[in-house]
Ligand binder design. Structure first.
Ligand code: NAI
Length: 461
């Protein structure tokens, strides 16, 4: 059997690439070894975690804010099995949705694990396929940490954390990054005593420092504990109980914590096992990523790579955009990804969202910038909805007023960030946002107020 394109991996990078290439007239197949399409994101990542975050946010609202709005009655009880069932339904709807899209767009799903014996050839089990081009979209896996013995029941990665047998009384999270804080939030809302142990002296490295401080304060208020500047040495499980040892970096003292469950969330690494890249002669970076040029070409002709398997932020939407770009390139068009405008979102409550430069990165580059900041306390809608904690921070060039970045901590920050993304894509100035009429009362007025604060000042501050 022969194709124009075989995509390896049906995560957000791979399935989007396959669909776009088929839409552009190529004969396409996508190889996926999991039982269902959608990759890590749909099966054991973005989507299931959002289902659990949604359910537990509702619980949090019922416990903390319903009374104040005159909604009284018995506190909801948590039926963990049923909550996991709801999560499984959400996954099922989404993975079946991709199967439908494959059929609609005439993308063949080749079931199994692929290897590339030679350029233009893909092997899946006993079957070999000929293809003009190959796109590797094989994604990533949790990075191991020395001394931490993952068994996916007591000591888990994000995969096991989405499927725990019961809600732990005590949960230790190793790493205060996105996974640690999202899943930590889920279990804190479900009543677990959650302690996050982080190597650095701050949480969510790479994000705006002021946002990180505010975020830590809010999560602490929600009951999460933080031990910062602590390097985890080991985590071991005996008879369903776990022990974590860490060293405080400031004085090298060693400490031990006990828990029912430990979540290892110290990053992910590219997953390229079994593809045969070594024998094929595909160049890798020093960090185990597939090396590509700006058009996603690897060192081997006709073999391309995208998503978590190559360099750049490990984000589903970055992979999707690269998938579309490479499909367009293979169809003779000019595919392109603007890496300066890739939003990042943490789906806790409140949400944290960012795009573009941070104050830290601008200072490091020695660029002159101005800051427009607006607190959600000045936003009527947020106050009405118990969501006044948090702010929007817009960064603009001091001379030209061009928007350079935005950092939002507050209600639906993950949605609000996109008006700034669009503005940045169009090279807008803060004044352009400030002069755009925003409906009242909406959370997005806070974004406009931050833009106003870059100029003559916000109105409601
Ligand atoms: P991360 O890179 O976001 O955070 C890992 C944290 O672990 C860092 O703060 C690091 O300093 C800390 N750490 C490393 N070694 C340590 C040690 N020995 N002891 C204590 N702390 C240590 O990684 P995470 O959260 O595992 O996420 C992996 C990837 O998945 C990221 O690239 C993330 O962007 C992506 N992801 C994105 C989501 C989203 O967009 N909402 C959701 C989940 C994952």
């Amino acid at each position: 059997m022969s194709y124009d394109l075989i995509v390896i991996g049906a995560g957000p990078g791979g399935y989007v690439c396959a669909i776009r290439a088929a839409q552009l007239g190529l004969k396409v197949a996508c190889v996926e070894g999991r039982e269902t399409l959608g990759g890590t994101c749909l099966n054991v990542g973005c989507i299931p975690s959002k289902a659990l975050l949604h359910a537990t946010h509702q619980l949090h609202e019922a416990e903390h804010n319903f009374g104040a709005m005159g909604l009284t009655g018995a506190k909801p009880k948590v039926d963990w099995k049923k909550m996991l069932g709801y999560k499984a339904d959400v996954i099922g709807q989404n993975t079946k949705g991709i199967e439908f899209l494959f059929k609609k767009n005439k993308v063949d799903w080749i079931k199994g694990w692929a290897s590339i014996p030679a350029p233009g050839k893909v092997q899946v089990g006993e079957q070999s396929y000929e293809t003009k081009n190959i796109v590797i979209a094989s994604g990533s896996e949790s990075s191991p940490l020395n001394g931490v013995e993952v068994d996916e029941s007591t000591i888990v990665t994000s995969t096991g954390a989405l499927e725990l047998g019961k809600i732990p009384k005590k949960l230790i999270v190793i790493g205060a990054g996105v996974i640690g804080l999202e899943m930590g939030s889920v279990y804190a809302r479900l009543g677990a005593e959650v302690t996050v142990v982080e190597y650095l002296d701050r949480i969510i490295p790479g994000n705006d420092g002021e946002v990180a401080k505010t975020f830590q304060r809010m999560l602490s208020k929600q009951g999460m504990n933080f031990i910062l500047g602590a390097a985890v040495q080991s985590a071991t499980a005996t008879k369903g109980k776990a022990k974590v040892t860490y060293r405080l970096r400031k004085d090298d003292s060693e400490h031990t914590l006990d828990a029912d469950t430990v979540l290892l969330a110290t990053g992910r690494r590219p997953f390229t096992d079994g593809l045969g890249l070594d024998a094929l002669g595909v160049e890798m970076t020093g960090r185990g990523q597939i090396a590509t040029d700006k058009q996603y070409k690897t060192s081997v002709d006709g073999v391309f790579a995208i998503g978590d398997a190559i360099e750049g932020p490990m984000l589903a939407h970055k992979a999707e955009d690269e998938g579309m770009a490479v499909a367009e390139i293979l169809a003779g068009q000019a595919g392109h990804v603007n890496y300066g405008v890739i939003p990042g979102v943490i789906y806790t409550w409140p949400e944290v969202a960012s795009v573009g430069e941070t104050e830290e990165s601008l200072k490091e580059a020695g660029r002159a910038y101005k800051v427009g900041k607006f607190s959600f306390m000045g936003n009527g809608r947020a106050k009405a909805n118990f969501a006044g904690d948090g702010f929007v921070k817009l960064l603009a060039d001091k001379d030209t007023d061009r928007i350079l970045g935005a950092h939002i901590i507050g209600p639906y920050a993950g949605d609000l960030i996109h008006e700034v993304c669009v503005a940045m894509e169009f090279g807008a100035a803060a004044e352009d946002l400030a002069r755009t009429c925003h409906a009242h009362p909406t959370y997005s007025e806070a974004v406009r107020e931050a833009a106003l604060a870059c100029g003559d000042g916000a109105i409601h501050a």
